[in-house]
Design a protein around this ligand. Structure first.
Ligand code: GDP
Ligand code: MG
Length: 315
């Protein structure tokens, strides 16, 4: 029933479905599983884009401007935010909703913050589920926004097609603060706030990034990472960024199916590992088999690998 309402684009049904998949109650988990079975033949989104950047670089401003243009072109846009700081503090940043106000009011757009609690693995799994739900509701452009600190951008890039990194002069800590890992994930580096007094600084920043990128091995056979300026505030450069994103998807189209299969395989492996661990550790803490072997491993009588094998072979 909820699946039909969801597929018809009913926003309340979408919100209800998301609440269901985020619930940890056993009966909700069973209902969520049935729901995903009912959604088995829903086509995935045409585009999934990960957008990452340090707090204050202008992600929300950029996503609103970009999202509104995409809506004009007929896309149905969903924005899902993963915020590691809200995972720790147990609350999401309300400011984002108000900053993406025009987008959130638009009938063709849907904005959702990631569940506030849980491990990164758990949040990543539920974010995947939420992506599936927004796709079922007809959103064909899915943006996964993540704050460029910690591991969440790796998780975001594992569930999106294209990965965009936002930088800005005066926000974050410039090239020094950018982890090599993030640069390696980037298909596109957008230097935002390339306006007014900051324009000169933005040009320097772009030269620095191009230099840094030239030292990295290209991550894709079909694409070389680009560095582009833009002002999410004035809209300058936004059309060029959209053009580059279109070009990326054109170039990627023969590879997209295989990339998504590889991502799915990785997600299945993670899910199996989680389920296996949960099964081994289920019951009371006395039944946790790692407890029984911990002493031997701590004292060096048993190797870690042998202990793990013992448990797997004889759970
Ligand atoms: N000058 C300038 N300011 C911007 C631009 N984009 C965002 N800002 C400002 O930067 C601040 C942080 O923007 P926000 O979108 O909330 O950043 P987020 O934390 O990455 O989501 C806000 O005060 C914005 O108005 C831009 O292109 N140029
Ligand atoms: Mg924001």
């Amino acid at each position: 029933m909820i699946a039909e309402a969801l597929k018809s684009g009913d926003r309340r049904a979408l919100a209800r479905a998301i609440t269901l998949v985020e619930s940890t109650r056993a009966e909700d988990e069973a209902a969520a599983s049935r729901l995903f079975d009912d959604l088995a033949h829903v086509a995935p989104a045409r585009r999934r884009i990960g957008i990452s950047g340090a707090p204050g670089v202008g992600k929300s401003t950029f996503i609103e401007a970009f999202g509104l243009k995409a809506l004009d072109e007929g896309w149905r846009v969903a924005v899902i935010t993963i915020d590691p700081s809200s995972m720790r503090s147990g609350g999401s940043i309300l400011g984002d909703r108000t900053r993406m106000e025009r987008l959130s009011r638009h009938a063709g757009a849907f904005i959702r913050s990631s569940p506030a609690r849980g491990t990164l693995g758990g949040v990543a799994r539920r974010t995947r589920d939420v992506i599936r739900l927004v796709e079922a509701a007809g959103h064909d452009l899915v943006i996964v926004e993540t704050v460029g600190v910690g591991q969440s951008e790796v998780a975001a890039s594992a569930m999106t097609d294209m990965f965009v990194v936002l930088m800005a002069p005066g926000a974050g800590d410039g090239l020094q603060g950018v982890k090599r890992g993030i640069m390696e994930l980037a298909d596109l580096v957008v230097v935002n706030k390339a306006d007014g007094d900051l324009a000169g600084l933005a040009r320097h920043m772009m030269a620095d990034f191009r230099q840094a990128l030239s030292l990295l091995r290209p991550g894709r056979s079909f694409w070389t990472t680009r560095v582009m300026p833009c002002s999410a505030l004035t809209g300058d450069g936004l059309d060029d960024v959209r053009g580059a994103i279109d070009e990326w998807f054109d170039a990627a189209s023969p590879h997209l199916g295989e990339d998504r299969r590889a991502q799915a395989a990785e997600a299945i492996r993670n899910e199996v590992a989680d389920l296996l661990l949960a099964r081994l550790m289920s019951g009371n803490s006395n039944s946790d088999p790692s407890r029984a072997l911990a002493d031997d491993v701590a004292c060096g009588r048993l190797s870690l690998r042998t202990a793990a094998r013992k448990i797997l072979d004889n759970p």
